[in-house]
Design a protein around this ligand. Sequence first.
Ligand code: DC
Length: 238
Amino acid sequence: MHKITIAIDGFSSTGKSTVAKRLAKALGYVYVDSGAMYRAVTFYAMQNGLIEKDCFDKEQLIEQLDNIQISFKFNADLGFAEVYLNGQNIEKNIRTLEVSQFVSQVATVSKVREQLVLQQQNFGKHKGVVMDGRDIGTVVFTDAELKLFMTASAEKRAKRRYDELIERGDDVSFEAVLNNVQSRDHIDSTREDSPLTMAEDAIKVDNSNLTLDEQFEFIFKLSEDKIQSLYKKNDSAY
Ligand code: DC
């Protein structure tokens, strides 16, 4: 059976990772959360005093990039791969509002992007990968056979993220989460290097009014159709 590359981009908190994980599982593909990699670099910078309140020491972070080893290890109980920074599981540490507040700034640094993009391309070199992020269809895998672009209103996205944080026991207000979603949208779409834009050949999925199941069914069908069409095309060539 043909394996393809599936790129899922879109605004923050559009549920990209939820659907990407489920899709990868259903297809027997590897799932890679590229946002977790930017979050891991951000967490490293916070731990090492390179980011504090209004101060971000970009130059020092660039100098220390070689000290940052990011890897993923599959957790069978959770059913997805967790992110590790220099051998330490940081899956929970990177999902805080604090990391979310700084990550977009870190993601503007071209040297950081260069390194992470190379690693992401390496993860996907044998295809059979579902990767989500902001520049997967436009930069990382421009030749992905299936590209999706997820959107939903800022309020819907903030509500989803707020519910998640509250469920984890974090003490946050809805306004703070909404502000964070809107400010990340702005930074992600206006940065100079690899801004968030929809690839010309991407399919737009507005999930404001879709349930998780409806969204999954729609995307799963698109993937199956794409795989089958390529399979048939190649068959007839022989
Ligand atoms: O998907 P996420 O919210 O975990 O991503 C965190 C941040 O990382 C997001 O604000 C933008 C950045 N990012 C990026 O610039 N490129 C990617 N491919 C993935 C994430």
